[in-house]
Design a protein around this ligand. Structure first.
Ligand SMILES: *[C@@H]1O[C@H](CO)[C@@H](O)[C@H](O)[C@H]1NC(C)=O
Ligand SMILES: *[C@@H]1O[C@H](CO)[C@@H](O)[C@H](O)[C@H]1NC(C)=O
Ligand SMILES: *[C@@H]1O[C@H](CO)[C@@H](O)[C@H](O)[C@H]1NC(C)=O
Ligand SMILES: CC(=O)N[C@H]1CO[C@H](CO)[C@@H](O)[C@@H]1O
Length: 303
């Protein structure tokens, strides 16, 4: 972290429930120097990097106060946030797309998003909805739990530790990538893929991989969210099959698979039974980039 950002980075990030049904979240949108793959760059974070994790229960009303203190001129400084996958029934004003549902939140101002989630449950995420700004890091996760989940007998563990984010990451600010794309028509190629906020790029340092610890015999509800701007991934776990039980917030009849493809913005819940001999198993998420001839050229997540 650059010292000029230390104060901002140290701001506490609160999620607290005042009384049942209302969830108040402070979501400061700030510039920060981050190096998720070892390459240091100025970026945008929503609460934290790689993103705040917002949690609600079925039937809750979310009150999310987005405070914009963006100041880095190499990236967009106005902003807005979209709650991806959630229907905004009678609350279209809270949906987020800049210039469509709202004016962007100007630097130095805030906007509190208020909306009931109603009966929606499952795995969602949020991101900037101003131009391509979210590729600079402004994104996070949102899970709505159902205390009476009809599938809850299928797993033992389902908490923040079982949420997995897959993200494409660029060493160049999104505005510059967009200008290049408009000039030469070539889709930007990510520098790396981030798994739970860490990754490696060709020629970069050996950033430690993300590790998910499990206890033998327990069943884990993994919520895999592709928070990419562009990239898709193929998810698998060595030596294991797993049951898909949710796609994009909708519960499904359990389907046993050994891998699946997840595109940008999609979410899957799978139940992984830790029923194999205790040892380390790779979770593999090789990246593909639609329209690019140099698939994962510089992303060493492509194993
Ligand atoms: C949102 O946060 C800003 C900055 O901390 C604060 O001034 C404002 O009162 C908050 N708004 C609401 C509605 O909580
Ligand atoms: C939620 O579902 C219940 C039971 O089906 C229904 O009575 C209620 O109107 C629904 N609430 C909303 C906000 O859709
Ligand atoms: C991959 O990285 C090399 C060295 O940094 C660079 O010259 C090349 O343009 C990159 N390739 C792509 C497709 O981004
Ligand atoms: C909703 C959404 O963002 N869909 C994207 C899914 O991923 C593909 C390819 O990665 C994109 O083309 C879609 O726009």
């Amino acid at each position: 972290m650059g010292s000029n950002f230390a104060t901002i980075a140290l701001l506490p990030f609160f999620i607290f429930q005042v009384f049942a049904g209302d969830v108040f979240v402070d979501l400061p949108v700030t510039n920060a120097i981050v190096a998720p793959d070892g390459f240091s760059r100025s970026a945008i974070q929503a609460g934290t990097f790689p993103g705040a994790h917002i949690v609600a229960m079925k039937g809750d009303t979310l009150h999310i106060n987005v405070t914009n203190t963006l100041s880095d001129p190499t990236m967009r400084r106005s902003t807005s946030i979209h709650w991806h996958g959630l229907f905004q029934d009678r609350t279209a004003s809270e949906d987020g797309p800049a210039f469509v549902n709202q004016c962007p939140i100007a630097p130095g101002s805030f906007y509190q998003y208020n909306f009931p989630v109603g009966n929606q449950t499952g795995t969602y995420w949020f991101h900037s909805h101003l131009s391509t700004q979210y590729a600079d890091g402004e994104r996070g996760t949102l899970v709505i739990y159902d205390p009476d989940d009809p599938q809850k007998n299928l797993w033992d563990v389902d908490d923040a530790s079982t949420v997995i984010t897959l993200a494409d990451w660029y060493h160049t600010p999104a505005e510059q990538l967009m200008a290049q794309f408009k000039a030469d028509g070539h889709e930007p190629v990510p520098a790396s893929g981030l798994f739970n906020g860490v990754g490696r790029y060709n020629g970069g340092p050996a950033i430690p991989w993300s590790v998910i610890n499990v206890v033998a015999g327990k069943r884990y509800r993994l919520r895999i969210i592709n928070i990419s701007a562009f990239a898709a991934y193929t998810f698998s776990v060595d030596g294991h099959v797993f049951d898909v039980i949710e796609t994009d917030g909708i519960a499904t009849v359990p389907l046993t698979v050994s891998s699946f493809v997840i595109h940008a913005a999609q979410r899957y819940s799978v139940v992984l039974n830790a029923n194999q001999a205790p040892q380390n198993y790779w979770i593999r998420t090789p990246m593909t980039v639609a329209g690019s001839s140099s698939l994962c050229a510089n992303a060493s997540v492509c194993l």
